[in-house]
Write a protein that binds this ligand. Sequence first.
Ligand code: 6PG
Length: 471
Amino acid sequence: DKPQIGVVGMAVMGKNLALNIESRGYTVAIYNRTGSKTEKVVSDHPDKHLVPSYTIEDFVNSLEKPRRIMMMVKAGKPTDAVIAELLPHLDKGDVLIDGGNTFFEDTMRRNEELDNSGINFIGTGVSGGELGALEGPSMMPGGQKEAYDLVAPIFEKMAAKAEDGAPCVTYIGPNGAGHYVKMIHNGIEYGDEELIDESYNLLRNMLGLSVDEIADIFSEWNKGELDSYLIDITADILTRKDDLGSDKPIVDLIMDKGGNKGTGKWSSQNALELGVPQSLITESVYARYISVMKDERVAASKVLPKPTGKLEFDKDEVIEKIRQALYFSKIMSYAQGFEQMKVASKHYDWNLQFGEIAKIWRAGCIIRARFLQNITDAFDKDPELDNLLLDDYFKDIAKRYQESIRDIVGLAVKAGVPIPGFTSAISYYDSYRSAVLPANLLQAQRDYFGAHTYERVDREGIYHYPWYKEQ
Ligand code: 6PG
């Protein structure tokens, strides 16, 4: 029997996905440009049902038809290169799957180009890191629906399972929809990380707690509504000591320069493109950028004065308020992320199912959290929900926690601890719930210097004011 699926690219993600699929009872064809890597996978796993090939032609020919080929190569040019190598050997109806962190517009282009040659192309977001790939990731496939149906049985077996047993994979939509949703997942991941990092900074530098104390606080928080993978690993990280010998917490020895591979930036760029307010993710991208300016920050820290006011507060009360501010801000971040998907769904004609998306984020992926069940429930109740904040559960949290975040933002600003995520969260909340914003004055300014015109609140039509006429 020929393998029903093959994986191209035997770096850690490709290898782990191949092993994952194999563990569900499949024989898996594998190929890597450098043959020695393929050899190593086979020799490291002699008992597994892996069929190695050392030329792309042999690899393609080893597969059952229609062929299902999952590419796990570096996003960008390498993906195009692999497609170009595969293409001459493929037949109409074959299914190519790109499991990389690919920019969704590239997926749209490839899907169209390949479709013209009768080849199906499924751009699939895969989240969960190395371990997720091996044990069960959350998967976000987009492309031709008929082609997805050909891989669905395999995907459903290899994906993570939520608490209710549902596989964390679902057909997302045509062409680039899957990679788009993965991009938003990553943007949200940036936001979650930023909010946790700000909370840590407040606990550390405003309350003066030790790393050990903060580790305990995060473990405690992880037992409640904040229960999530990222809070869990944060608690664990904070318990870890230097691996090179000192007894310092490792977090104190890690350079404070935030890296990024671009997916958060793409989310923000796309939000600007579509005209969606997505301040929290964008601030998280900026927070990484400013962190990289380490030398400038160190120099500035010596010459720019810090706040001089005295802070008075009750420690335990503030810890609980930080927890509430964190949860409140997380809700704003997801509200913005889902809002962006709503606009994108119309713009790109994808018919995204938000409840289904929340469902497949409940396990396997980096942003997995108890809270995704609340989002799932909200969209189950109302699939057309305009904004998460309007759902009863989230409305109630906002009602109970809004004073806490206001207090924390006030304290943090007084203390001089930067909180771009928290401030953008409360600003978004206040803007969203404002019936009137000062854009009336903005419109007047634009009309004043540029005759850009404005609408009126009391009558129909487009107006221009005689600004330069004496009154
Ligand atoms: C996942 C992650 C992963 C991503 C890293 C890196 O869902 O498994 O999103 O795909 O590559 O988190 O992101 P940055 O390097 O940009 O932080």
